[in-house]
Design a protein around this ligand. Structure first.
Ligand SMILES: [Ca+2]
Length: 295
């Protein structure tokens, strides 16, 4: 079943985002994997598999293995912005020959570069504040105005001209529809939460970053559900067609007593890479990284 691409812009009156040139979302168009018919369906993932590169950077691993999800997802997003997006951002800067193999700016060099400039810790990974800071700096150092900020309860700084309450709030489905429809490669931060039967609450015991490059949405979902096109650093896409180098992950509004979940968590994820017996993947923050050309 072929999916219709429908151009639209969600009006966000409090949020005067930059003018995006391309609202037609002319990315890679995938076949639907479900029998549902969606009002809006977008997939612009670039067909870039970084799994093997990251798996070979074992000198950056901690005692529990790789904590490279932030450097990996940032590398994925900047590669998309520089080469695949239409229009693209060719001035996004190359990185040095970090591994001294004689070739600069390889995917491995980029992952090493963001590991370094994000101050990623090989044991605990990358804090949200560190991740957004290095995204923002990379775009600015490339000579663009950096429209880079977080939306979510951990957001600490609004972009110029906006209020902190515009971005320090719970994530909304309308946010994802707006940015993804404009081919902004959103990075999502989730927490892994396990239920503690003593406190009767979900407690956080880790987190994860990954890339979003589209979604399926039906108006009947309202603000309660959407299906995300996820590129996840711990899934190896080798062997898939480039058009299929992503997974459908369902994001739904959590139910239950208000105190059952952490404050300001309203969505959980289920699907490949996110479904476990005792642990929930709860959506926390979105990372928007977008270059705006200086006139
Ligand atoms: Ca190199």
């Amino acid at each position: 079943m072929r999916i219709l691409l429908i151009a639209f812009v969600v009006v966000q009156s409090a949020f005067a985002a930059p003018q995006f040139w391309n609202t037609d979302a002319e990315g890679i168009v995938s076949e639907s994997k479900t029998l549902e018919v969606f009002d809006e369906s977008i997939n612009f993932q670039p067909g870039l598999n970084l799994y093997n590169e990251a798996a070979e950077l074992t000198d950056l691993f901690g005692t529990k293995g790789s904590q490279l999800c932030a450097p990996n997802s940032i590398t994925h997003a900047v590669t998309f912005l520089r080469y695949a997006r239409n229009p693209n951002f060719p001035n996004l800067m190359s990185v040095p020959d970090m591994d001294q193999d004689g070739t600069a700016d390889t995917y491995k060099d980029k992952i090493r570069y963001f590991f370094k400039v994000c101050n990623t810790d090989r044991e605990v990974g990358t804090y949200y504040s560190q991740a957004i800071a290095c995204m923002k700096n990379y775009v600015a150092q490339s000579g663009y105005t950096s429209f880079s900020f977080m939306i979510g309860p951990h957001s600490q700084e609004a972009p110029t001209g906006y209020r902190i309450e515009d971005v320090r709030r719970t994530v909304a489905i309308s946010d994802l529809r707006y940015y993804l429809a404009n081919q902004v490669p959103v990075i999502m931060g989730i927490g892994w939460y396990t239920f503690n039967s003593t406190t009767q609450k979900y407690e956080r015991n880790g987190g994860h970053f990954f890339n979003l490059y589209g979604y399926d949405y039906n108006a009947v979902f309202g603000e309660n559900k959407m299906i995300l096109k996820v590129v996840n650093s711990w899934i190896n896409y080798t062997g898939r067609e480039r058009i299929n180098m992503f997974d459908d992950v369902v994001m739904t509004r959590v139910t239950g007593l208000p105190t059952y979940y952490p404050d300001q968590v309203v969505f959980e994820l289920e699907g490949p890479g996110f479904t476990f017996n005792q642990t929930k993947a709860l959506v926390e923050d979105l990372f928007i990284m977008f270059p705006v050309a200086n006139n």
